[in-house]
Design a protein around this ligand. Structure first.
Ligand code: GTP
Ligand code: SPV
Ligand code: MN
Length: 610
């Protein structure tokens, strides 16, 4: 039941509403008292509710309907130009001890941060509706699923949550204490004075994305964009979940999840961790160029992995939708995504066409005439610049993806056969290699570096260490996190088969600055090599970095043998430098760096000098 209470002081459940546990009622009551919304809306996740939220947002000018003949039930939102990506500098892990947040996270004392947030949040929802959104990450009732409730004063956020997670009243029946759900508080920080006219994208220049791991609580202030505001995504499913996972013996990872089937009809499930805007969604929807191969989608951004009853590592996708990068998505690169965006989609910060459709760089070679850019201004290609913001995104449900694997609802998850780490590197790092063993694979994950993208504020193109693609998403000390990965290996080794670990880099460039590897569907050639390795069918060449392909299938590709050599080349001098940088990074963890990682570092150093 979707209920709006006009008078927020009347919080006892209305007749006919589901029984909502006191711990939720008390929490919402306290927030209402603090933030002073005009009304409260208890969400139920229904289609009627989505229609209501959409109507509100269209009236408010936040959503612009697209041409229903071209893209039914689809809308464009244009954010404030200052609110376009995750704000890592404003993201905090407020553990009791600073050392538990570690050197890669911003830390603040939890009590001081709560105090600060309480002051900011006081009266922050004035003139607005407070939406209470109950959700499940993962299929409700699955041993791997977790529940949460997000409170938000943004109808745009509530509507996106409808798509991104399983919003359902069934959650109310399962919340029986303060312990088994995560509290997510979100306000755009833009109270309205009486009769003040609202803006299309309310937000605040002051932003805080704060996590309280011990309290299982998240507070987000000032932004309505992506991971800053859709709290079940990065804030819960990665930062808080990584802490739960460490305590409970599982893994919460920034990974896509796919099922790969070979021409012999053998299937393997793979996860791959690449940093933001480095190819997860594209990989997850890959259309293999090699005949007979099939890739089916299970997840494109987050995977939760845990040893199953059979002792093998299993994975689920906790999400229910895609929040994907629009630019670069086109019929040639990701036809599956293009198809799934036929309707029922929300586009944020893309350009719009004169016909009332969407456009972004990479959708077609030329920008059509008469575009309106992401800020709502006429687009003039002669002036340069982007029509769509580089971090413009689409929100659409998983079920619209034609390559969705039938196992996507399986509460037990799927067995993981291979783990892939990757990054965006224009030089140095080979196209693909295989780790020598689990610990070496963990070392590869721990030392991955990548060029920064537009998915977060910061200098685009700058190389930074992004261990496990989790640098912005690990909710605790990353040294302990590396140790947890090593421990998981020990656990899995006792009970069953360990997944094999690979590393890839689709992004090596030539001297002219062009990508050497064609990427996208052609990445299936790399999958073929991996599957051949899993099946013990091909040998590999030892290198100081791990096992390199002795041969790779490039039949029919416009790629010379010399280019392939460049793609697989390991330059000892370059890697000495690389290793030095990795060592400097790892040394920042001090005594929290696991001995197993130091040992791998030393072993790689020795191998490079041999
Ligand atoms: P997040 O949602 O931010 O976590 O990003 P993601 O890892 O899912 O990245 P996504 O698949 O959306 O790709 C980001 C950009 O990289 C897009 O512009 C893609 O076109 C581009 N890209 C993806 N795969 C490849 C590839 O194999 N080769 C090249 N050259 N570009 C790629
Ligand atoms: C990422 O940045 O890795 C994303 C987008 O997937 S966001 O949800 O904004 O974090
Ligand atoms: Mn991501």
């Amino acid at each position: 039941m979707s209920i709006t209470q006009k008078n927020p002081t009347l919080l006892s459940p209305l007749s006919g509403s589901p029984i909502i546990h006191d711990c939720v009622q008390d929490w919402v009551n306290a927030l209402v008292e603090l933030m002073e919304p005009d009304s409260i809306h208890w969400c139920d996740g229904s289609a009627e509710e989505a229609a209501h939220l959409t109507r509100v947002l269209v009236e408010q000018g936040t959503l612009h309907p697209l041409n229903p003949d071209l893209r039914p039930n689809s809308y464009v939102a244009r954010s404030e130009p200052s609110d376009v990506a995750r704000v890592e500098a404003r993201t905090y892990i407020c553990s009791r001890e600073e050392a538990d947040a570690g050197p890669t996270n911003n830390w603040e004392d939890p009590e001081l941060m709560r105090e600060k947030l309480r002051e900011l949040a006081r009266g922050s929802m004035a003139g607005r509706t407070l939406y209470v959104v109950p959700f499940s990450l993962g299929p409700l009732g699955s041993p791997l699923a977790r529940m949460g409730v997000q409170v938000t004063d943004s109808a745009y956020v509530a509507l996106n949550l409808h798509i991104m997670v399983r919003v359902t009243e069934e959650v109310w029946g399962r919340i029986d204490s303060g312990a088994n759900w995560v509290k997510c508080v979100h306000t755009v920080g833009a109270p309205l004075a009486p009769h003040q006219v609202d803006v299309a994208w309310p937000c605040n220049d002051t932003k805080y994305i704060s996590h309280f791991p011990e309290g299982r609580e998240i507070w987000s202030y000032g932004s309505a964009y992506g991971g800053n505001a859709l709290l079940p995504k990065k804030a819960f499913a990665l930062r808080i979940a990584s802490v739960l996972a460490k305590e409970e013996g599982w893994l919460a990872e920034h990974m896509l999840l796919v099922k790969v089937t070979s021409p012999e009809q053998k299937s393997y499930n793979m996860v791959a961790a690449f940093p933001s805007a480095c190819g997860k969604t594209n990989f997850a929807m890959m259309q293999p160029s090699l005949p007979g191969w099939k890739v089916e989608t299970l997840g494109d951004d987050i995977a939760w992995l845990a040893p199953g009853k059979d002792g093998r590592l299993r994975a689920i996708n906790p999400e229910a939708g895609f929040f994907g990068v629009a630019p670069g998505t086109g019929p040639g690169t990701n036809p599956v995504a293009m198809d799934m965006l036929w309707g029922n989609a929300i586009f944020t910060n893309v350009a719009t066409t004169a016909e009332g459709d969407v456009w972004w760089e990479g959708q077609s070679p030329e920008a059509p005439e008469g575009l309106t850019d992401w800020k709502g201004d006429p687009f003039n290609p002669a002036l340069g610049g982007h029509a769509a913001h580089p971090n413009s995104r689409f929100t659409v449900g998983l079920e619209q993806c034609s390559t969705l694997a039938p196992e996507w609802m399986d509460p037990e998850g799927v067995v993981v056969d291979a783990i892939i780490f990757g990054g965006r590197r224009s030089s140095t790092v080979p196209l693909v290699l295989e780790a020598r063993d689990w610990n070496h694979g963990v070392f590869l994950g721990a030392t991955i570096a990548s060029e920064q993208t537009a998915a977060a504020e910061g200098e685009v193109g700058k190389v930074r260490r992004d261990p496990f693609a989790m640098l912005p998403f690990c909710g605790y000390n990353m040294g302990d996190y590396m140790g947890h990965w090593l421990d998981m290996g020990n656990t899995l080794r006792k009970t069953g088969r360990l997944p094999r670990i690979f590393q890839v880099n689709w992004f090596r460039k030539d001297d002219a600055g062009r990508f050497i590897w064609p990427g996208f569907g052609e990445n299936s050639r790399v999958l073929e090599w991996m599957v051949n390795r899993l099946e013990g069918r091909v040998s590999a060449t030892a290198s100081p970095l791990g096992w390199l392909p002795t041969a790779l299938n490039i039949d029919g590709l416009a790629l010379s043998a010399e280019e392939l050599e460049v793609l697989l080349h390991v330059d000892p001098l370059e890697h000495e430098r690389e290793l030095k940088e990795a060592a400097t990074f790892l040394s920042t963890f001090g005594s929290r760096l696991p001995a197993g990682i130091s040992a791998e570092l030393e072993s790689t150093r020795v191998r490079l000098r041999q």
